[in-house]
Design a protein around this ligand. Structure first.
Ligand code: NAD
Ligand code: UDP
Length: 311
């Protein structure tokens, strides 16, 4: 039985990951400060003797003896990571230092949940791992983008200098049950608005694109990445290449919910990337992985979740 630490385990992705790791017979420590996550997401795991919940902030050191660490702690939605941008940088950078230190002392493998945001507003499309990105270092998104880029740097340097066993994945837009209704990201916003019969808020003209991955596909990719040998450290893109404009997404959500909501257009936030689509050739060859859940199916499951959640 492996002892696995999941930081940010009470969040959207972390809660799915903890559930899957426990199902596979592991011992799981879920560490979270509940900034954007909640106990509700992991309520079904509380009471399982192999599950341990720890309230802790990753900007402070944490000690335990573990075999693997998944480092997910960090707000991921623009409204939440911009709420306290200094804290966001600290979470990414000091969190990475603290977790890498723990991996070193435990001789554990550690996986970093990096992001497609390291590519910024990309000139290379679709994005390959070899692309260095186009990131504004002084804008409103920088606390997240540069924090995550610095975390990747730290992972690489702990690996080269101290031989820590690292893995880096770059996650592209992911959605599914357990997203908070007020999360602020596009899929949860559109579904909640459609179910409540409110206006659907498109930022800009809706021509910007994203590629949406269902959370189960991501979790499968994460587990496969962790299982690779020490010779493969990434970074590797984990995302669904199906690319949609935000307007197309809004229309799809209206169709699938049968909502009478109208589309309204609001200002585009600063530095909002115009296009995003992963090239997943590397993940296919190294992890024998590709996403299985089509956007329509994933949206239906997520809509069902929000219907229950909103009553
Ligand atoms: P989320 O906001 O639902 O989860 C983040 C979790 O981290 C929350 O439970 C939060 O309370 C916790 N957290 C935040 N700061 C912390 C701190 N200082 N100490 C301890 N815990 C802290 O977001 P998510 O979508 O589940 O994202 C999880 C990870 O995946 C993040 O690192 C995010 O950057 C990365 N990621 C997500 C996406 C996506 O589309 N969901 C895309 C790229 C990368
Ligand atoms: N977006 C939107 N309406 C919303 C929320 C987001 O049009 O209510 C847009 C946002 O401007 C961006 C895209 O949807 O172009 C994805 O936004 P999200 O915050 O989900 O993720 P990110 O921008 O980090 O990819």
């Amino acid at each position: 039985m492996k002892k696995i630490l999941v930081t940010g385990g009470a969040g959207f992705i972390g809660s799915h990951l903890c559930t899957r790791l426990l199902k596979e017979g592991n011992d799981v420590i879920c560490l979270d400060n509940y900034f954007t996550g909640s106990k509700e997401n992991i309520l079904h795991l509380i009471g399982n003797p192999h599950f341990e919940l720890v309230r802790h902030d990753v900007i402070n050191p944490y000690y335990a003896v573990v075999d693997e660490i998944y480092n997910l702690a960090c707000p991921a939605s623009p409204i939440h990571y911009q709420f306290d941008p200094i804290k966001t940088v600290k979470t990414s950078v000091m969190g990475a230092i603290n977790m890498l230190g723990l991996a070193r002392s435990s001789k554990a493998k550690i996986l970093q949940a990096s992001t497609s945001e390291v590519y910024g507003d990309p000139f290379v499309h679709p994005q390959t791992e070899a692309y260095w990105g186009n990131v504004n270092p002084i804008g409103f998104r920088s606390c997240y983008d540069e924090g995550k880029r610095c975390a990747e740097t730290l992972f690489m340097d702990y690996h080269r200098q101290l031989h820590v066993r690292i893995k880096i994945i770059r996650i592209f837009n992911t959605y599914g049950p357990n997203m908070h209704p007020n999360d602020g990201r596009v899929i949860s916003n559109f579904i909640v608005q459609a179910l409540n019969g409110e206006d659907i808020t498109i930022y800009g003209d809706g021509s910007q694109t994203r590629s949406f991955q269902y959370v189960d596909d991501l979790v499968e990719g994460m587990i496969r990445m962790m299982a690779t040998g020490d010779d493969f450290i990434g970074p590797v893109n984990i995302g669904n290449p199906g690319e949609y404009t935000i307007r197309q997404l809004a229309e799809k959500v209206i169709e699938l919910t049968g909502s009478k909501s109208r589309l309204i257009f609001k200002d585009l936030p600063q530095d909002d990337p115009k296009q995003r689509q992963p090239n997943i050739t590397l993940a296919k060859s190294k992890l024998n992985w590709e996403p299985k859940v089509h956007l329509n199916d994933g949206l239906i499951r997520t809509i069902d979740y929000f219907k229950t959640k909103l009553g």
